[in-house]
Design a protein around this ligand. Sequence first.
Ligand code: C2E
Ligand code: CA
Ligand code: CA
Ligand code: CA
Length: 279
Amino acid sequence: ARQEGAGRARLFDAALGRAQRRRQQLLDALRSGAFDDAFRIVYQPKFSAVGRQLCGFEALARWQSASLGAVSPDEFIPLAEECGAIVPLGRWLLDRVCAQLRAWLDRGLAAEPVAVNVSVGQVANGDFLAAVEDALRRWRLPPELLQVEITESLLMQDLHSGSALAHALTGRGIEVHLDDFGTGYSSLAYLWELPVSALKLDRRFTLGLGAQPQARAIVDSVVALARALGKKVIAEGVETEDQARILLELGCDVLQGYLLARPMTAAAAALLLPGAAPS
Ligand code: C2E
Ligand code: CA
Ligand code: CA
Ligand code: CA
């Protein structure tokens, strides 16, 4: 029994060692500032619910590690927040997204807007607004081509800076979308004053459609609320035709999810843009 225990302890040590090495590798990549080498951006298309026309993309970051493959931002964004790399990483992301939009325009493609995600540390510590303006200026882009997704929980965490940022972005012609909507307990009264043009329904509600009648009721009331406030509703995590059909019935404006398209490389995304000539 003692031997067995020692074996388990060794296995545990090995797993712990692996986790620590992974964390260290990630931290090294984040602190190096050489983001081009370690990170890449994928683009997930969004489609109108009616007619399923391409209407934009969401830019999603990936950490591309030689030994670990593609690592999700769910793992490295919190780490980037912790070590302060979120501000330079966020600037790099904005710059790369804008460079991509510029490249599409220069090829004569009818570029669709790209939404970027912003996290707490970017709003609190960095001058996110200045970074956005810099990137738009540097790449000579109309502001309508960039959109910003702010999570409902971020906004509730720091209502003052979140709402100031939303006002400033909107004032400059950049749409703000409220991400993971329905999970953050935002006050409905507050939503009324917030300059966001779309509510992005959290994936869990899409997931519940079909199986749970409550999910349908929630989506239904979010759509009604959005209509009353003059905002669009974007549903994410759409994986089945059943979900897409119900979302359309309920009046959602935009659909995003694996059913329609997975996050893809910029080259694959360009093939979806009108004006694309075979090269
Ligand atoms: P999010 O903004 O809610 O992004 C949606 C996530 O759902 C993405 O995961 C996407 O790949 C995934 N997804 C899309 N369609 C489906 C589907 O049909 N089914 C399922 N199960 N999943 C789907 P990802 O790329 O791993 O991103 C996770 C989170 O990391 C994002 O959640 C966002 O909060 C954050 N994030 C991603 N990129 C960035 C970034 O550049 N900057 C910041 N600050 N955060 C980012
Ligand atoms: Ca369009
Ligand atoms: Ca998002
Ligand atoms: Ca989301």
